[in-house]
Design a protein around this ligand. Sequence first.
Ligand SMILES: Nc1c(N[C@@H]2O[C@H](COP(=O)(O)O)[C@@H](O)[C@H]2O)[nH]c(=O)[nH]c1=O
Length: 161
Amino acid sequence: MTIYFYKVWQPYGCFSNFSDHGIYMQGTYWSTVEHYYQAQKFAGSTDAVIIPVICSAESPEEAAALGRCSTRKLRRDWDLVKTQVMREAVLKKFLTHGDIKEILLGTGDELLVENSPTDYFWGCGLNKTGQNHLGKILMSVREEIRQLRFSAVISAEYLSQ
Ligand SMILES: Nc1c(N[C@@H]2O[C@H](COP(=O)(O)O)[C@@H](O)[C@H]2O)[nH]c(=O)[nH]c1=O
């Protein structure tokens, strides 16, 4: 059965990048994945001064509004790197917070879909034809964490022999 998620207060809200799960990335604490992701749009760009402002935004909504401001200059390679930037942040989130890691692993092999009515890149969009890149990242992070756990069990068994 497909698992749809979107807003933090809805079922599986911890899969949203707006969920209240902070991460350390590059020596800095980011209140949510969304804060980090929006700030990375400006890394190395002439508008990089906005990065600390986004980092200290009061909420993920405010961070997203700052990052989406169309008058600021995005880094030139943003379209090439944004999926990797997002994956690294989402992986860090689930490695940092054990409770939501178990929720993610508990979804087994179910299809995860960000049910955004407006976003056809990260989500599935209103008519469900979107690319669902956030759902795909979550499923790949789930697989990576599963493999890490499997390797740890095998190592422990080997050491105890
Ligand atoms: N969850 C969620 C959203 N979705 C998130 O928005 C981000 C994409 O931003 P951008 O690349 O600037 O279009 C990405 O993290 C996606 O998961 N947007 C919202 O306005 N509200 C929300 O509750």
